[in-house]
Design a protein. Structure first.
Length: 272
């Protein structure tokens, strides 16, 4: 990536620098470096050399890395003492912006590292969110959404990164109240959910379907007597139809007893 002219004035086009003279950038946003990928890059450097130089700026004590920490680490791992570098003369703010831009253009950057880098850029250099968005070529709403990711707890961020979930997964979880986020993460990670599935889950957790229940009504003594009257009407109907049926009712302070006796022979006669 070519350094924007507004940020830098090159001192020299290309220079071989001692690796030991290069310090890391204090505004580096990346915290995770895949050891396996570093070893692969180191092996490639041993065989083919470093094809793309790193970018540094001159400081009073030597040189400070702007972009290419992964290449610098792999070169050191390969046993190189010197490394090709493009040297620029730029301010602290411009170096921080360039380091962040370089990392933003890499797809494997953690969304939380990205958000932390944007936050650092704003707080250290006193930029507004609109100014930071303009310098990073981001829409203000996009930058705001990235910063919101920092509302997730440190443990939740670790779990999201370990499960290799995306920024959109994180934003879906962030929509939930704090007390529901861990539960949602449990389900998303266990189910290996896609972004669409995670978003549907959060929608359901935000608007759970309530089971419709019939209102409970306590049965009173009047209801029992109504039932007994209904039963008596049924028996009267059977008698009118020619069945022999007798009823006996016994009511005390404690219970109502209702006995119905139907003659089986009369029932069989009607069936014939």
């Amino acid at each position: 990536m070519q350094l924007p002219k507004i940020y830098a004035k090159p001192m020299r086009r290309l220079q071989e620098l001692p690796i030991s003279a290069i310090s890391k950038s204090p505004t580096q946003t990346r915290t995770l470096f895949d050891e396996y990928e570093l070893s692969l890059l180191s092996d490639s450097i041993k065989q083919n050399g470093l094809l793309q130089p790193i970018t540094v700026r001159r400081t009073e004590s030597g040189y400070q890395l702007i972009a290419g920490e992964r290449r610098l680490r792999a070169a050191a791992l390969a046993g190189l003492k010197n490394i090709p570098a493009i040297v620029y003369e730029i301010s602290d703010e411009s170096a921080a912006i360039y380091t962040l831009i370089e990392n933003l253009q890499r797809a494997d950057l953690s969304p939380f590292d990205e958000a932390e880098g944007i936050k650092k850029l704003i707080t250290v250099y006193g930029l507004s969110q609109c100014d930071a968005a303009a310098k990073l070529s981001l829409a203000p709403s996009t930058l705001s959404n990235k910063l919101r990711l920092l509302r997730l707890s440190e443990n939740q961020r670790i779990r999201i990164e370990a499960a290799r979930l995306t920024e959109r997964h994180a934003r879906a979880v962030l929509r939930l109240p704090e007390e529901k986020r861990d539960e949602a993460l449990d389900i998303i990670i266990a189910g290996d959910m896609t972004v669409a599935e995670a978003e549907r889950l959060t929608e359901e957790m935000l608007s759970p379907k309530k089971e419709r229940k019939e209102p409970y009504r306590r049965v009173g003594l009047g209801d029992v007597r109504l039932f007994a009257n209904s039963l008596q009407k049924i028996v009267d109907t059977m008698v009118k139809a020619g069945y022999t049926a007798n009823t006996k009712k016994n009511e005390t302070d404690s219970f109502i007893e209702y006995t119905v006796r139907i003659d089986k022979q009369s029932s069989q006669m009607k069936l014939i």
